[in-house]
Design a binder for this molecule. Structure first.
Ligand SMILES: Cc1ncc(COP(=O)(O)O)c(C=O)c1O
Length: 391
């Protein structure tokens, strides 16, 4: 007789399912009823609240972190031929944003323990065409910002942080996203707080936030979103060829309430994280390294490493087996040079970034969300135990 899966199919544990509560549902309904669905006062409020949370002087809401990255690179003044150094282990959006901005991506390998960009490898890649560094705080773990700030200062490089995983991340008392010129955040459905799709840029300089807001709304002059407000129609001027990257009030309606719960959500993920750590101790899988002293990990992704030599099965077999137990899993990420577009366009080969290649081929993200119950977390543990055949 075949064994029943750990969870029934109709209770498939969706990877990264967000906690959505009544206040955001009511706020979305209120937006729908108000007739003002697009960019408006709720977006402006969300920008103020988010800036206050991070401690950044300015914030501009956009419709994704990809848009946030694209606009930040443009606002940083990069030109075709300029090189931007980023990590070999990230989501394709990080690299694509550099390409869309007309700059040239250059990859650096990661540190095998932190899985973040290795400043030593960055230093080796700096040329006289390098104009910016684009570190990613992977899984919510802070990059080595002292070293990266040092390199940026020494070589006069712009520093743009990809904080898609890192809203709550801190490094020596400073918030992720506030080190460099721009910090870019995501509120995609699986992120620590969500707006469905959504993103935010934080920055220190008023001229940068003003430029980003203009670029995000077709290149129309300041405050063009107000043109349909009760102050009466206002003409706008198109001052450059911008993009359609603005956030809607419908999205901000969700984000406003999610942001209020960011700390209890973090504490809930911390409980699950600790529960996993305790349960998996001594099992034949790699566990996330402890956070570095003086940092706060955003606990966005709980990633394990499945090394076939130790686990007795390879990563992809592990993914299939977890899915068969009706537990959703993720991969963050195959290394960037594994993808054919980048191989063909830039000649990148996975072997040239050995740490990112190995981790990209072994990593599995287990469900970690504030929505999860204790029973959900126990089901994940039981499924991992069954798949590995341990305990
Ligand atoms: C590291 C990283 N950067 C950028 C992005 C892009 O975020 P968005 O989906 O909001 O465009 C993601 C999304 O998953 C990501 O994980």
């Amino acid at each position: 007789m075949t064994e029943l899966p750990i969870r029934p199919k109709d209770r498939f544990l969706v990877f990264g399912a967000p906690a959505i509560e009544e206040p955001e549902i009511a706020e979305v309904v209120a937006s729908l009823r108000s007739g003002w669905l697009g960019t408006g006062p709720k977006v402006a409020q969300f920008e103020r609240d988010f800036a206050a949370y991070t401690g950044a002087p300015h914030a501009a809401a956009v419709n994704s972190c990809t848009a946030a990255l694209h606009l930040s690179i443009l606002a940083a003044g990069l030109r075709p031929g300029d090189e931007v150094i980023t990590t070999a282990l990230t989501f394709c959006a990080t690299v694509n944003a550099i390409i869309h901005a007309g700059a040239t991506p250059v990859l650096a390998d990661i540190d095998p323990v932190t899985m973040n960009i290795d400043p030593q490898r960055v230093a080796e890649r700096i040329t006289d065409r390098t104009r910016a560094l684009l570190p990613v705080h992977l899984a919510g773990r802070a990059c080595d910002m002292e070293a990266l700030e040092g390199l940026a200062g020494k070589h006069q490089l712009k520093l743009i942080e990809d904080c898609a995983h890192a809203i709550e991340t801190e490094y020596r008392g400073r918030r992720a996203g506030t080190f460099g010129d721009f910090g870019c955040f995501s509120f995609y459905v699986t992120k620590n707080i969500v707006t469905g799709e959504g993103g935010m840029v934080v920055t220190r300089r008023e001229e940068d936030v003003a430029r980003i807001k203009i670029l995000a709304l077709h290149g129309m002059s300041k405050d063009a979103w107000k043109r349909f407000g009760d102050d009466g129609y206002k003409h706008y001027q198109v001052v450059e060829a911008g993009f359609k990257y603005n956030m809607m009030d419908l999205q901000a309606a969700i984000g406003l309430h999610q942001l209020k719960r960011i700390e209890p959500y973090w504490r809930r993920r911390q409980e699950i994280w600790r529960h996993y750590n305790d349960a998996f101790a001594g099992w034949p899988i790699g566990l996330p390294a402890a956070p570095e002293p003086g940092t706060r990990h955003a606990l966005h992704l709980y990633t394990i490493l499945v090394d076939p030599q130790k686990a007795g099965l390879d990563r992809d077999a592990f993914l299939d087996a977890m899915t068969a137990q009706n537990i959703g899993v993720g991969v963050h990420y195959l290394s960037v040079p594994e993808h054919p577009y980048y191989q063909q366009t830039f000649g990148w080969r996975p072997e040239d970034f050995p740490n990112a290649m190995r981790i990209g081929r072994q990593t599995v993200s287990l469900p970690l969300s504030a929505k999860m119950s204790d029973e959900d977390a126990d089901d994940v543990i039981r499924a991992v135990r069954r798949v590995l055949g341990c305990g």
